[in-house]
Write a protein that binds this ligand. Structure first.
Ligand code: SF4
Ligand code: SF4
Ligand code: FES
Length: 254
């Protein structure tokens, strides 16, 4: 299964799970129905790799940002399904794991430069949001704990800023859209809201304005040129030794 957009994981030739020492605390997980004992405390992604599987697709940043590693699980004898990111969620005993391929949801075409943001803008581009039946399934599916139903309802009401604000942490994993009975494409809706907000409604960010000015003045061109010429090890060293900026007060936050 190596087609673009599909996961998954390659079958193990030999599982490392059997090498677990007696003293190691382990949990039992099920991958494609097969039982594996893996060390407690591993993320689902690391547990899969520990069991000998290799990610071919469905794995990107390994840090909770790219949304590529959607996972569904159910614990034995529990009715409730769990939804999470394989790179973030820690394994629990008796978890039955299913890695999901990305299921693309159609995205409306629009020219952000030609849109005039008003109450009806999002509804005009994504009219299906009017079909929301307030079941809250989207919110329960979100690994980022975002109030997904709430931001859709803000979009229905034409509150672009609030829709953008509530959805700020969306990583576009698509789990909400997979389960919605009204076939709403939540992450495309909220991306539109954030774009509209950034371009038209909340243009007072001092940091953003000064960064844009720097880019216009080509301040970073020479650094980018240098980066392009570096090899992988040099880039890794640069990353490891990077200066981490202190959070500036009064900026961002929403
Ligand atoms: S899953 Fe769909 S129908 Fe249900 S609350 Fe969310 S957006 Fe509305
Ligand atoms: S809002 Fe939807 S697409 Fe965004 S992180 Fe939550 S479940 Fe994933
Ligand atoms: S691999 Fe990117 S969010 Fe998990």
């Amino acid at each position: 299964m190596t087609k673009e957009g599909q996961v998954l994981i390659e079958k193990p030739k030999e599982s490392k799970a059997k090498n677990v020492g007696e003293k190691t605390e382990t949990v039992e997980v099920f991958i494609m129905g097969k039982s594996y004992k893996v060390p407690a405390g591993l993320t689902i992604m690391k547990a899969l790799e520990y069991a000998g599987y290799r990610y071919i697709r469905g794995c990107g940043c390994r840090a909770g940002f790219c949304g590529a590693c959607s996972t569904i699980y159910r614990k034995e004898d529990e009715q409730k399904l769990g939804f999470d990111l394989a790179c973030q969620k820690v394994v629990e005993d008796n978890m039955y794991l299913v890695q999901l391929p990305f299921v693309p949801a159609s995205k409306a075409e629009y020219d952000i430069d030609k849109i005039v943001p008003k109450d009806s803008t999002i509804m005009g581009i994504y009219p299906e949001i009017a079909r929301c039946v307030s079941c809250n399934t989207c919110t329960k599916s979100c690994p980022q704990d975002i109030e997904v139903m709430k931001y859709i309802q803000r979009a229905v009401r034409g509150d672009i800023s609030k829709c953008a604000e509530i959805s700020f942490d969306c990583i576009q994993c698509g789990l909400c859209a997979m389960r919605c009975p009204a076939d709403i494409k939540h992450y495309h809706v909220s991306q539109l809201a954030r774009r509209l907000r950034g371009k038209y409604l909340d243009t007072k960010s001092k940091n953003l304005a000064s960064r844009l000015k720097e880019i216009e003045n080509r301040k970073y061109d020479s650094e980018i040129e240098k980066l392009i010429k570096m090899d992988k090890n040099e880039i890794m060293d640069l990353y490891k030794n990077r200066k981490i900026e202190a959070e500036e007060e009064g900026e961002g936050g929403d």
